[in-house]
Design a binder for this molecule. Structure first.
Ligand SMILES: C[S@@+](CC[C@H](N)C(=O)[O-])C[C@H]1O[C@@H](n2cnc3c(N)ncnc32)[C@H](O)[C@@H]1O
Length: 237
């Protein structure tokens, strides 16, 4: 979205609405501790993907959302701050899954599963989200998870995949470096394998999806791209 083409009063109103939502979403993390709260505020503010998902209406109200590799459930917190949710997050790291559970609660329509996306069953969903996750898996597992994520989409459903573009040298190298540092600090597995964006697009097309690529690292040094994928009209699941 080119924000410069939006008239100033509307941009100002959009900014106010976004910051109010961000405040409500990050406040959900207060019971989960100072780290969780600061992390939520910082990431929701600095990473353009979250605001884009909300403002571009990529996750419709009431949609069944499956967030694979959800971390501490930031997308879930935004959705919950905006209204009732049907959100399932799957996360490998028990500490992150625990923070997500504390923030989102258990009676809210949110469910957080501590599990591995390679083996966890996926519920039928209107929106499946994979933000910065697949590069932690080896290539064959990436393809298997993508195929199962695609199979879990309800008719008309949408798959939202954010990846680093392995062809963009500097931005991609920067992302790898950040991932390694963060994995070391969190004692998680380091990233394994990225791909050039055209390769990700080919994979999604081979699964019968139509794909649109949107640059998604504005204001950062990363080379991230959001792939918005939907099943082609008339294509079988
Ligand atoms: C860079 S973080 C992104 C978190 C979240 N998607 C976000 O955007 O805030 C990647 C997450 O994927 C999780 N992850 C990596 N491999 C996983 C797997 N096999 N199953 C489930 N989660 C996994 C990591 O533990 C980490 O929380």
């Amino acid at each position: 979205m080119n924000t410069m083409s939006i008239p100033w009063p509307r941009r100002h109103a959009d900014d106010l609405a976004w910051h109010a939502l961000l405040d409500r979403a990050s406040a959900l993390y207060r019971p989960a501790g100072r780290y969780a709260w600061h992390f939520a505020r910082g990431k929701l503010r600095l990473d353009p993907v979250f605001r884009h998902l909300v403002e571009a209406g990529l996750v419709p109200a009431g949609a069944r959302v499956l967030d694979l590799g959800c971390g501490q459930g930031l997308l879930g917190s935004l959705l919950q701050a905006a209204g009732p949710v049907r959100y399932t997050g799957v996360e490998l790291q028990a500490r992150d899954a625990g923070r997500a559970r504390v923030a989102l609660g258990t009676s809210s329509g949110a469910e957080i599963v501590c599990g591995d996306v390679r083996t966890q069953a996926f519920p039928v969903s209107d929106t499946v989200v994979l933000l910065d996750v697949l590069h932690y898996l080896p290539p064959a597992a990436q393809e298997a998870v993508l195929a199962r994520a695609c199979a879990a989409l309800a008719p008309g459903g949408r798959l939202l995949l954010r990846v680093g573009d392995a062809e963009a040298r500097r931005g991609y190298a920067f992302g790898r470096w950040v991932d390694r540092v963060v994995s070391g600090l969190r004692r998680g597995a380091p990233p394994v394998q990225g791909r050039p964006v055209p390769d990700w697009i080919d994979r999604l097309r081979a699964l019968g999806l139509q794909v649109e690529a949107r640059p998604m690292s504005q204001g950062t040094l990363f080379a991230n791209v959001l792939l918005v994928a939907q099943r082609r009209e008339g294509a079988a699941a």
